[in-house]
Write a protein that binds this ligand. Sequence first.
Ligand code: BGC
Length: 750
Amino acid sequence: MTLFRRSLVCATALVSTLVSMPVRAAEPAPEAKGAWLDASQSPERRADAAVTAMTQAEKLQLVFGYYSNEAPWMSNGTKRFEAPAAGLPASAGYVPGVARLGIPAQWETDAGVGVATQGTPKPRLRTALPSGIAIAASWNPGTAFAGGAMIGNEAYLSGFNVQLAGGMNLTREPRNGRNFEYTGEDPLLAGTIAGNTIRGIQSNHVISTMKHFAFNAQETNRNHVDVKIADKAARQSDLLAFQFAYETGDPGSVMCAYNRVNGAYSCESGWLLDEVLKQDWGFKGYVMSDWGGTHSTVAAATAGLDQESGWAFDRSPYFSAALDEAVNNGHVSRTRLDDMARRILWAMFANGLVDHPVRGDQSASIDLADHARITQAAAEDSLVLLKNDGLLPLARSARRILIVGGHADFGVISGGGSSQVYAAGYRQFDEPLGKAVYYPSSPLKGIASRTKATVTYVDGHDAKEAARAARKADIVIVFATQWTAEGLDTPDLNLPGQQDALIGAVAEANRKTVVVLETGGPVVMPWLDKVGAVVEAWYPGTSGGEAIARVLTGEADPSGHLPVTFPASAAQLPRVRIDGDRKLDELDDPHPHTDYDIEGAAVGYKWFDARALKPLFPFGFGLSYTTFSSSGLSATPEGKGLRVSLTVRNTGRSAGSTVTQIYVAPVATLAGWEAPKRLGAYAKTELQAGESTSIALSVDPRLLATFDPASKTWTVKAGAYKVMAGDSADHIIATTTVQLGQQTLDVRGK
Ligand code: BGC
């Protein structure tokens, strides 16, 4: 699917010739009083009872999804697509229910930062959280949960009961255009943050997905690129992240990815869907395809795909009449069709979709003021102070503040694609890679309302004009934006357009320059030595401007830490250029490849550690306006893993939050460890000036182990292990050693 589809508006209705349209939900008949409607029964028993009561046609209806919008290209010589009338306008999808049995339809919406809208000039207007990478930068599971609960509530009140959230592909490629939707490069951090967002969403009788399963780490040729990765490396990296998210969030659904993995499309990979997810981890929910990610009937159903999504994007309606035929002629067993339906029903019962059905559009009752507070708090928790030569918080003595660029007089940028949330008062501005949606939360207005200084603005299009204005200012704040979006990767790690030159020119004119970055992921900073302060604000959501103003003026402490490594240059990456680019491929290879075995499980900081590369900013890095110390680090074996304790203290003069990062490593080099150390545990703690507290954390044994694909076990080898407290992956403050006995864990880490 291309970005193209996002801008298409409803076209003329076409008559479907291949797919019978779903019957509109009517009042449930008396037979709907079956055991499956008994809320005192377990979701398993209810799902069993419902499957037993269903006809084959009804089961088929559950496994086949529609797009809730239309475009002319969705009908062609081989297919006719008509958006069902019962779907919600301009939304991602619709799956009819079984009214006869009281099973509601599934109304699906994107995605991880809020309730999105697709392809209409009149989008629904909702609250947007900071991007996924920002939530990960908070290192705060509580923030992730609160945000998830908030967007799940908006989804429910908008009439949606399935939210296509939980995006968490590890950042193997810092130029990936969708990094902003995901939760960084470390399995523990990415998995627990995404898991908590999922848990929050699902606290609203809304199913959340976890996606894109798996290894969808680039947009370039995403529909076909074949990712090569060995089982062991996969289980110790991206799959471990998904495993943590699954255990934390218990998502009702998993969305399989566009790309191929080791030869098979993700949505046809028996290894990923059946073996890893369902058998090894025990996932009881259903696998839905990404939109356009289903490529077959028998192969997909056999491999473990349970529901074809938004079939308009596929070449054919694979899970409609073709699946009926395959079941009838035995190519797909009736047991398997039952299993597909049972999994969908289980997720619906387990998450309350049947007992607490959505009641259409109730959006007038969304508590927007409360949600603005939640998204603002999340933004404040996720802003990362990368450099500060004393310019921040902004001095009260400043008389003239100049603000440059980034549409900071209007608001803050957001990321593009299917996850796009529109908010009241939004505007679109042209960016080098496309049209970006900006939310009307102006950092300039937020700063101006908190200072007695005169605040002026230049838009930054003319670097000379900006430099002239900078000379007359006491302090300059440059807002630099990088629009990234689904469907395209960034061409390099630089800020787009002329922004690097603009910052250079302004900093040349006035060293008291603060740079606020609003980017989708890592960027390089050729001007870093010349500026006095840098704040990474990511895409900060619908109250982001207010959050930035509070942090810059010192009303709030910047307490975010990087969930990704910022490389010094693309030359440091496992792949200097992204594979699979059709334009660069001389033969226009129909089966493009990329080799993730180059780094294997050594993703992000682990790659940098293993190769002794110095990044621009390391994973875990983030400054504060106050200072912290830690003492008394100790570690003891606990169960099959470790218990770590230490005391943290706020040694500065203002309140702030510290992120405790515990890294673990074998003392002697152990075979099978992908890198010198791994993040073993983390915690975020808010402390008043002078306050201290003791912290106790558990390290999951899988983070001390290596995986053996043959026996499907994790092994912690006997020996001495270093347990390190650090304030980034590059800066260890304290180390202790602990002796561990040999441990064997099953595939679920038990
Ligand atoms: C994206 C998914 C999204 C789906 C439905 C696809 O293009 O990859 O993340 O949920 O569309 O809009």
